[in-house]
Ligand binder design. Structure first.
Ligand code: NZQ
Ligand code: ZN
Length: 384
């Protein structure tokens, strides 16, 4: 096991009355900037519950954050913070709204030129406004981590930054808020959480037995809950299970002392930047191809996943690995997310600029840093 520091100060309130806790969790003197998406919270009752919880506070609003949040919009919200003198940011929505809020939190006090440097050049963050979160979509784990992914379409970029300074002070998770999700967004959440676990688990063995089993527990839970939710999207206990599983998939716990990958995410972000696919749609395409391409390096862990989580057996490790890769792709297909570029009307050639972008920016990715431009291109060919 590698050395590690575990740190997670986010207060999570989970359950039916979580949103009502705004009344005691938002500082009484705070001037709140409420950051919201494109309208779902106005039709499912969440907005009214939030405003009730905030009654008595000074509140200004910035709405219209879209999926794969855009730098330009975040900068508009930064202007709103500066004009209004807001001292506290409250994100109400999914991962995109929260990731945008995180960027606004660091960009508003930034005095060293363009805050895009925080994202593009990993410029060190020294100050951030405090953030509260009301989560309405279980997927990213953003509610319990310090990560944020921002797009800058004018530059064709979708990039992540990370700092503990943007971990929310609190995250309020009421599973009932997720009942209004479409199956597309529910399936996206299942696959995103699943791949988050894989990025932290499917590398090579450094004797992290507890963390492996914690990861496998989340994977088993997601595989179990997916058909249950598909059969009955109104199953509130299944909604709660997915919500807590997605948070646990990326809350800094299962990666303690492990070796991490994240190449599927880096490639997936490029595919979203190029072609606008949903985040999880890109992951469903890329992960099976990364598993196949990196079979030699990841074989032992792939087989462990197959045997322990999927109950797969075979005469040789290679047979188990092949069956496990096929079963992983089949799981994504069963939740309704196609795993081939062709199913999305895309050719490999249309996606190859992703390889050039990663090669030019990151050099090499993956747990062995052995995936460069040529290897990304080879992985994309396996996605055809
Ligand atoms: O804009 P609104 O009206 O809120 O609609 C949203 C949006 O259209 C809708 N939605 C959210 N909650 C709903 C709802 N519709 C009905 N009922 C509800 N309760 O769902 C749509 C998608 O929302 P979005 O926030 O974009 O989805 P998600 O939470 O999957 O976030 C995706 C973004 O997070 C990034 C992704 O790259 C992508 O940009 N990620 C962030 C991570 C992190 N911060 O740790 C890690 C992830 O790997 C990921 O990269
Ligand atoms: Zn993800």
């Amino acid at each position: 096991m590698k050395d590690f520091t575990y740190y997670n100060p986010v207060k999570v309130v989970f359950g039916a009355n979580a949103i009502e806790r705004l009344a005691d969790l938002v500082p009484p003197q705070a001037k709140v900037l409420l950051v919201t998406g494109t309208g779902s919270i106005r039709t499912n009752g969440v907005y009214d519950r939030v405003m009730k919880g905030l009654s008595g506070r000074k509140v200004v609003e910035y709405s219209g954050i879209e999926p794969n949040p855009e730098y330009e919009k975040c900068m508009e919200a930064v202007m709103r913070v500066r004009e209004s003198g807001a001292t506290f940011l409250l994100s109400v929505g999914g991962g995109s709204v929260l990731d945008a809020t995180k960027f606004i939190a660091v960009a508003a006090p930034w005095k060293k030129g363009d805050p895009w440097d925080i994202v593009e050049k990993s410029a060190p963050v020294e100050d951030a406004l405090p953030i509260g979160c009301v989560l309405t979509l279980p997927a990213t784990g953003s509610e319990v981590n310090g990560n944020s992914v921002i797009s800058r379409r004018a530059k064709g970029q979708k990039l992540a930054f990370s700092t503990p300074m943007v971990m929310p002070v609190f995250s309020l998770l009421d599973p009932a808020t997720t009942l209004s999700l479409s199956w597309r967004q529910t399936a996206n959440g299942i696959v995103d959480a699943f791949v988050h676990v894989m990025e932290q688990y499917l590398t090579y063995d450094v004797d992290t037995r507890l963390q492996d089993r914690q990861a496998e527990a989340i994977l088993s839970t997601l595989i179990e809950v997916a058909p249950r939710l598909k059969a009955d999207p109104a199953d509130l206990n299944a909604r709660a299970t997915l919500m807590w599983a997605a948070s646990n998939a990326l809350n800094n716990l299962i990666n303690c002392g492990t070796v991490q990958d994240w190449s599927t995410h880096v490639i997936g972000h490029e595919l979203t930047a190029l072609h606008g696919l949903d985040h999880a749609q890109t992951l469903a395409i890329v992960l099976p191809a990364v598993m196949r391409h990196q079979k030699a390096q990841k074989g032992q862990k792939i087989a462990q996943f197959g045997q322990r989580v999927l109950g797969i057996s075979g005469a040789t490790q290679d047979e188990i690995v092949e069956r496990t890769i096929a079963a992983t792709a089949a799981f994504f297909e069963e939740v309704g997310i196609p795993t081939r570029l062709g199913s999305w009307g895309l050719t490999v050639e249309q996606c190859l600029p992703a390889a050039a972008a990663i090669g030019g920016r990151d050099g090499h990715i993956g747990e062995h840093q052995d995936i460069g431009e040529n290897e990304v291109a080879a992985i994309l060919h396996l996605c055809a």
